[in-house]
Design a protein around this ligand. Sequence first.
Ligand code: HPA
Ligand code: ZN
Length: 420
Amino acid sequence: MNLGHGGWGARVRRRGWGRAGDSGHLVLSRISALRGAHLSDEVVTVFFHTTHRCSLQFAAATAPAEPPMTPMAPSSTPATPARPEVGEAFLRSLPKAELHIHIEGSLEPGQMFEMARRNGVDLPYASVDALRAAYAFSDLQSFLDIYYAGAAVLITERDFFEMAMAYFERAAADGVVRAELFFDPQTHTERGIAIGTVIEGLSRACREAGARLGVSADLILCFLRHLSEEDAFATLEQALPFRAHFIGVGLDSSERGHPPEKFARVFARCRELGLHVVAHAGEEGPPAYIESALDVLKVERIDHGVRAIDSPALMQRLATSGMPLTVCPLSNVKLCVFGTLAEHNLVQLLRAGLKVTINSDDPAYFGGYLLQNYVETFAALPALTRGDAIALARHSLEASFAPAADKARWLAQLQAVSAV
Ligand code: HPA
Ligand code: ZN
């Protein structure tokens, strides 16, 4: 089919997506040129030694493909003993809000292949397994390259609706009572999809989630920070006829080199329009980006924010102001922000009095939905207690943009569950 000026399936195919070797090696080259974001001329070979540890090797662009990797011997470290008081059943039972989920990042490989088939979009992978094998990332940019290209299968209102419904079904099963979904309109409008198609499909799914699954849901429109502020203004303009269908705006995509200040005016306009404002900051970027998200964009939540740990003054400020952080543990490990979950700084952030929440970010790419993030984080960090689990769930409900009456009801439910 004709995908218009931005037919990404076709462009990606012509330029090459990189190859996923059967050994689990991923060779990426020049994919980023598609986005004009960050040209990765080098060939990046990524080895995943265990599910939760990554290490990198950078080779020259002309280097031959690496031979198949020999699997590492299993670690001799004994597994963390199970702690039933913070086990899966308990974590599931807590009413929780998910505040940091990019809905395009919930598109599972199977669904991607199905949409590609029905929309006549070619995927440069032979199978679901081959696609999954490519999900080995060295940093945020290496993920974004594949994530934006994968979104090329989303064409119709039905596609957006079905993608979001699949997420809501999983969220409901995980004990999510409230979900605030990020979506990236520029990823779709750039390839000729009308913004109304995107918003109407997602909005219909939000209504259905409430009616059929009892999951309260709203949309947050994200601007891609590697594009210009002018582009963000144009996107806002296109979205305004659908103003009733989204509650806020966010800022995502490549963080380094794209500080929040770049979007000062468009965020000011969004605040004037009565939209909630949030921004990714301090995922890979420095604490200064968190400070400017607060001071310049005047955000109500910081998405990620884990690099705040590098500034004691900022830690103090975040704690005193009760500023929520939407932390995404499995994402942070997959994108090599931390080497392993056991090295994640979530406990330090919590103990410093920060309003930390747990979220999944891009669950189809990072190995787990919300409950899996809770379960694996609690398994990896033995310092986390039952009280911490309740606090994390409470923070998520308090930090949500849901109506006050709904928040009060969920908080009462949380209290009832916690008292058992
Ligand atoms: N960071 C920035 N942009 C993103 C992410 C992320 O983790 N996921 C999807 N877009
Ligand atoms: Zn994110």
